[in-house]
Design a protein around this ligand. Structure first.
Ligand SMILES: [Zn+2]
Length: 472
């Protein structure tokens, strides 16, 4: 067995792969920016959800399920939400509840585990206001025309995550700058609500009710649930600037710390058939629509075939290839009975691949090798293979066709019944002799006459039991 290595993660903050050492191995803490709930999540939104689910699973494996806290928020206050609710003529609450429910159904189908805590922005307004007050008190924020703004020049190393200097950012800032800003880079922590928009009593003695800017919610929720400094912060690469840069500025300046999270992880962009996904190009793919055509495992597999930091080109051809692989694995699983016991452990090679900055392509290569071993020797590697695939989040119980009881199949033709019984027995003998070619030939011969065989392991004896039914 290979020597266990430490977990290495590429840290956007330092621009290198670093050994992961948690602040407290008894409570490893990770925050990932979640969805803004106003419409079906698209496949680009699914990428961080799946990627950080793999990391969550790996951390749980390394530190124990009870020793990992994973927070993924829901943004339920946003201009897009207000606009969509008005468009549909429904309440904001109705829209956000419905969309959050759809999101949960979609990602469950992709094999994503629920995070430990899933806080909502609207339930953390008080925490946001407290942070804003602290930022004003420490000279990092100011009030102007009903707004509270973060004073970017008050933080000398602003821009460290995205690796840009203040001068560079100022040069790139849009020409039109709100007149109440002291500096063009200053960003909104709190703003007045327009009529009909959700509003709360404002902080900082502002008389008019208002609502939070986008960035402050993550600082408030991460601080509340994970502490002033925590281990890992994740999200899509598009969030590095300005969202994550601003989260860091808010949290560090409010708490007086030199980091917010110690490891910043970002997944790469997603394109569709070689083009940027956009509603105007008509190539906007929701998870919901994908799942109408493809099993959730195929979507997950297709996502994990590419390393998380690389850009993905999401194509139909890629999905077809992923489906072909999983179909083949399903056949192998059928052949070996598809049994996975609770105590079965994943392969060390799969875990080591993931420990190297979540190298899922390498982990999948290892799954291919294990599948090959299973095909060659049904008794040996099967549990490790299935346990490894389950560890990567695949629904291996579904790979194996559900067992049908032969008694339930009404066969009125005794000749047919006898012929099938005899062929099933022959196939059983062939399998015992490890003559899988012959076993498969018999299965195919029966399939050609509309008889579908189902193999399952008898949990009591460990024997493979074959039942059959007539295809409709
Ligand atoms: Zn965030």
């Amino acid at each position: 067995m290979a020597e266990a290595h430490s977990l290495m993660l590429y840290n956007t903050l330092t621009r290198r792969k670093e050994e992961f050492v948690p602040l407290d191995a008894q409570n490893v803490r990770m925050y990932v920016c979640g969805p803004t709930v106003y419409d079906y999540a698209h496949i680009g939104n699914a990428r961080p959800v799946v990627v950080f689910d793999v990391l969550f699973r790996l951390l749980r494996q390394m530190y124990g399920e009870k020793h990992v806290t994973y927070v993924r928020n829901i943004t339920d206050v946003d201009d897009k939400i207000n606009a969509r609710a008005a468009e549909e003529g429904i309440s904001i609450r109705e829209l956000t509840e419905r969309t959050a429910k759809q999101f949960h159904e979609d990602i469950k189908a992709l094999g994503v585990l629920p995070p430990t805590i899933e806080p909502r922005a609207t339930e953390h307004i008080e925490e946001m206001k407290a942070l804003i007050e602290e930022l004003i008190a420490s000279g990092h924020a100011y009030v102007a025309e009903g707004h509270v703004l973060f004073d970017v020049p008050s933080m000398p190393d602003y821009g460290k995550l995205s690796n840009r200097s203040l001068d560079e950012m100022a040069a790139g800032a849009r020409v039109e700058v709100a007149p109440y800003k002291k500096d063009p880079m200053d960003f909104v922590l709190w703003k007045p609500s327009k009529p009909g928009e959700p509003s709360w009593p404002s902080p900082a003695g502002i008389a008019e009710p208002g609502r939070p800017g986008w960035h402050i919610e993550c600082s408030a929720m991460a601080g509340k649930h994970l502490g002033d400094i925590f281990d890992i912060h994740g999200g899509g690469i598009d969030l590095v600037f300005p969202h994550h840069e601003n989260e860091i500025a808010q949290s560090r300046c409010a708490h007086g710390t030199d980091v917010m999270a110690r490891y910043w992880l970002h997944n790469g962009f997603l394109q569709v058939e070689g083009e940027k996904m956009s509603k105007s190009l008509g190539n906007f793919i929701t998870i919901h629509d994908l799942l109408k055509e493809w099993p959730g495992d195929v979507v997950r597999f297709n996502m994990l075939r590419t390393h998380y930091r690389q850009p993905i080109d999401w194509t139909r051809k890629g999905l077809e290839e992923s489906k072909a692989t999983l179909d083949r694995w399903g056949e192998i699983s059928d052949r070996i009975g598809g049994a996975l016991t609770k105590h079965a452990l994943p392969d060390i090679g799969v875990i080591e691949a993931l420990k190297d900055d979540l190298n899922t392509p390498l982990a999948i290569t290892r799954l291919h090798e294990l599948a090959k071993e299973c095909r060659a020797n049904a008794d040996g590697a099967s549990e490790t293979w299935l346990a490894s695939a389950a560890f990567l989040g695949f629904d291996v119980a579904r790979w194996h066709s559900p067992v049908q009881s032969a008694e339930l199949v009404e066969v009125t033709d005794p000749d047919l019944a006898n012929r099938v019984k005899s062929l099933v027995a022959q196939r059983g003998e062939a399998r015992k002799a490890k003559n899988f070619k012959e076993a498969d030939r018999i299965r195919d011969e029966l399939a050609a006459t509309g008889v579908v065989l189902k193999d399952a392991k008898d949990p009591a004896t460990g024997e493979i039991v074959t039942t059959w039914e007539l295809a409709r």
